[in-house]
Design a protein around this ligand. Structure first.
Ligand code: 13P
Length: 246
């Protein structure tokens, strides 16, 4: 199955015009673009290959909840994906595992494809990988039964710091998460052009979730160049294999 390149723009860019321009640069197969929801409808008109997603929803479908948006609203503007449980939502907006569970249920009910973010803070990871696994396992308990999703492992200390996880360690965490959930697992945290292949080339890791670099045009170009290179290499590998087996 092809690897997923998920782009999380967070609170960027500043204008709709820039958003449309950025979306065109990222409009490629295998890309899932998590844009600010206010831009989604406009971006949907511009893109043909990338899939679109929202960064947040409320768990209710309608009613007196000023400022919120629902899963069905997201779908109605042409987006199919949703991010749930991002560490920035947990940190700045007080989202607990209970809130995460409600959002997962609402998203699944509306038929959105879900990426659930999990990951430990440095205070836990510094005690070792086993402690980090326990932390992540607790976060995964919020997944309601019968909700199918993709998990993004994003160690909090690696987000926006320029210090990505060691690929071997995130691959081990990926295996651990797969053992619990059976889900596909992405890695996120300071992924850039320079290090993306170290994660994508790991067979256990099903893709990446990229923040800061996804709104930086120079980095974005580097990222897609690298992805293209790795794709060609794997095509050659498969061709060689077929020739060998013939
Ligand atoms: P950075 O790529 O900026 O570290 O952010 C990762 C992230 O939070 C993606 O959801």
């Amino acid at each position: 199955m092809a690897k997923i390149i998920a782009l999380n723009w967070k609170l960027n860019p500043a204008t709709e015009k820039e958003a449309r321009r950025l979306a065109l640069l990222s409009d490629k197969k295998g890309v899932v673009l998590f844009a600010p929801s206010i831009f989604l409808g406009s971006i949907a008109e511009k893109t043909t290959k990338a899939a679109l997603g929202a960064q947040n929803i409320f768990w209710e479908q309608r009613g007196a909840f000023t400022g919120e948006i629902s899963a069905s609203m997201v779908k109605s503007v042409g987006a199919e994906w949703i991010l749930v449980g991002h560490s920035e939502r947990r940190k700045y907006f007080g989202e607990t595992d209970e809130v995460v569970a409600k959002k997962l249920e609402a998203a699944a009910r509306a038929g959105l494809k879900i990426i659930l973010c999990v990951g430990e803070p440095w205070s836990i990871r510094k005690k070792g990988v086993e402690e980090a696994k326990k932390f992540v396992a607790r976060q995964l308990k919020s997944v309601p039964r019968n909700v199918s999703l993709i998990v993004a492992y994003e160690p909090v200390w690696a987000i926006g710091t320029g210090k990505s996880d060691v690929p071997e360690e995130s691959a081990a965490m990926t295996k651990f998460i797969k053992g619990i959930t059976g889900a596909r697992v992405l890695y996120g945290g300071s992924v850039q052009g320079e290090n993306i292949l170290r994660f994508l080339d790991r067979q256990e890791i099903d893709g990446v979730l990229i923040g800061g670099a996804s709104v930086n045009k120079t980095e974005l170009k580097k990222i897609f160049n690298q992805v293209q290179r790795s794709h060609l290499t794997s095509q050659n590998r498969n061709r060689e294999l077929r020739r060998f087996q013939a």
